[in-house]
Design a protein around this ligand. Structure first.
Ligand SMILES: [Cu+2]
Length: 145
């Protein structure tokens, strides 16, 4: 009589956990800033790795730009500089953040003007071979969540 409810509860919990399981590579807070066609735009997003295995971001593409680069920003003696990187590590259980400080995406050669409210599709490629689509929401500041 005591065992049965416990088993039922365990079954219920595991079913709930399965339903709520996050996607293995989860992209959130994807946004960009307004920019004029022909210039360079920026892209920001956070990628969480729930796969249990280390991975890395190795490429990003978008139909809205000639090509997309990953840049690392740093301050040296009060001077801000950025350099292109080929790979951004995605530790197992960890995340990679592309934001206004640190890494960011450079949308090189915008094929169209980005205005507030526009949606910019991007496809992220991972070292594991996985690919994931996301949409950058064009806004003046980062989304709240
Ligand atoms: Cu840059």
């Amino acid at each position: 009589m005591k065992l049965l409810p416990a088993l039922a509860l365990a079954a219920l919990l595991s079913a709930t956990a399965a339903q709520a399981a996050p996607r293995p590579l989860e992209i959130t807070r994807a946004w960009s800033r307004p920019a004029v066609a022909g210039t360079n735009g920026v892209g920001y997003l956070v990628i969480a790795n729930h796969t249990g295995r280390p991975d890395a971001v190795t490429g990003i593409e978008s139909p809205a730009a000639a090509h997309v680069e990953m840049h690392a920003m740093s301050m040296t003696g009060g001077v801000m500089s950025m350099r292109r990187v080929d790979k951004v590590a995605l530790p197992a259980g960890g995340s990679a953040e592309f934001g206004p400080n640190g890494y960011h995406l450079m949308l090189v050669g915008l094929t169209r003007t980005l205005a507030v409210g526009d949606a910019v599709p991007v496809t992220v490629t991972f070292a594991s071979g996985a690919k994931q689509k996301a949409t950058l929401a064009v806004a003046l500041s980062a989304p709240k969540s």
